[in-house]
Design a protein around this ligand. Sequence first.
Ligand SMILES: *[C@@H]1O[C@H](CO)[C@@H](O)[C@H](O)[C@H]1NC(C)=O
Ligand SMILES: *[C@@H]1O[C@H](CO)[C@@H](O)[C@H](O)[C@H]1NC(C)=O
Ligand SMILES: *[C@@H]1O[C@H](CO)[C@@H](O)[C@H](O)[C@H]1NC(C)=O
Ligand SMILES: *[C@@H]1O[C@H](CO)[C@@H](O)[C@H](O)[C@H]1NC(C)=O
Ligand SMILES: *[C@@H]1O[C@H](CO)[C@@H](O)[C@H](O)[C@H]1NC(C)=O
Ligand SMILES: *[C@@H]1O[C@H](CO)[C@@H](O)[C@H](O)[C@H]1NC(C)=O
Ligand SMILES: *[C@@H]1O[C@H](CO)[C@@H](O)[C@H](O)[C@H]1NC(C)=O
Length: 310
Amino acid sequence: MKLPFPSLAILVFLLVLMCFESLPHVKAQLSSNKEAKALDVILQQYAYKALVNPKTGTIYNATQLPSNLTGIKVSSLRLRSGSLRRKGFHMYNEFDIPKGLIVSPYVERLVLVYQNLDNNWSNRYYPLPNYTYLAPILGLLAYDGSNLSATNLSELDVDASGDTILVKFQDVKSPPHGTVAKCVWFDLQGSSNFSNVKKGNTCSTSQQGHFSIVVKSTVSPAIPSQEGEKKKSKKVWIIVGSVVGGLVLLVVVLFLILCVKKYKHKKKMQSMERAADVGETLQMASIGDTKAPAATVTRTQPTLEHEYAP
Ligand SMILES: *[C@@H]1O[C@H](CO)[C@@H](O)[C@H](O)[C@H]1NC(C)=O
Ligand SMILES: *[C@@H]1O[C@H](CO)[C@@H](O)[C@H](O)[C@H]1NC(C)=O
Ligand SMILES: *[C@@H]1O[C@H](CO)[C@@H](O)[C@H](O)[C@H]1NC(C)=O
Ligand SMILES: *[C@@H]1O[C@H](CO)[C@@H](O)[C@H](O)[C@H]1NC(C)=O
Ligand SMILES: *[C@@H]1O[C@H](CO)[C@@H](O)[C@H](O)[C@H]1NC(C)=O
Ligand SMILES: *[C@@H]1O[C@H](CO)[C@@H](O)[C@H](O)[C@H]1NC(C)=O
Ligand SMILES: *[C@@H]1O[C@H](CO)[C@@H](O)[C@H](O)[C@H]1NC(C)=O
């Protein structure tokens, strides 16, 4: 009876601790990707609104973005997937799309949505700890172009079978001395991957997503303080988790002690009742259940005698 309770309490305590330690980290990661995905959904709507009786192969810029998204630029380009595959599209803003691009599942027409998150919004939606953006985040996403009123579309799969798509960034800040600029690509799940910059301003990719040029931050004041705050908040969470875990442990232990006491008390009461019925002493009762049948046998005998008596 005594062994499983402490280990159970420790297990509960560890689970609570683990829960509290992992929660803030997971939440932070998910929330930033969720925000970026939500922005993709909004920008797809504005991009499609710009396509009024669109000409195939013409770039349309979205004009009426809401004021809380000022600075973001969105364009849309509607193409036949067959023609995109055969010819590519030479310079969709900063994107140079080669021939051989395969879109799946097959659609007759697709819309390529272009996003430019400006320097202001890049960090907000695509935070990259320990790196500084030297260029705005540019996005290229492919959607089914059959229904221009459709919202909340999911992206098509894009794969450059031949040459890679080139992203030629326009105003790249020069990296600080002794640092090397890198291309960064965020896939649709928000995972980042790095590659080398070509010709000072060009990145290449075989897939859609969001792109920029970054450099590892030397001790810049903004990012370390953010990191520090994150660490601080993590520490706070661990402390809160430990306190709550401790309290839960205390409650569990108290509860178990109460249970055990109640159980013992009940057992004692039962034994006492039995003992009272049988007319035995308390010392006999404490020996336990095994004595009880013997006692009842001894008790029935006098009753029998009593009945025979008259
Ligand atoms: C459309 O937007 C792109 C990039 O944001 C810009 O380079 C281009 O000049 C714009 N075109 C028009 C017609 O405003
Ligand atoms: C912009 O404001 C609208 C309401 O005017 C709101 O619904 C939307 O969530 C806001 N978007 C962002 C990215 O803050
Ligand atoms: C960046 O955003 C801030 C507020 O969020 C705004 O005051 C500022 O004008 C913006 N800068 C640019 C270049 O859009
Ligand atoms: C950022 O840099 C600091 C110090 O160099 C390091 O401790 C931390 O793990 C880095 N963060 C990420 C997300 O790489
Ligand atoms: C296009 O999408 C809109 C919004 O989802 C829907 O109401 C409409 O029926 C669709 N039209 C066609 C032809 O599928
Ligand atoms: C958008 O679509 C996703 C699944 O593709 C769904 O989970 C989400 O609820 C939808 N959002 C809206 C606003 O319809
Ligand atoms: C990410 O980059 C590494 C090397 O930089 C590469 O080996 C890997 O295949 C890339 N991942 C994807 C999904 O492209």
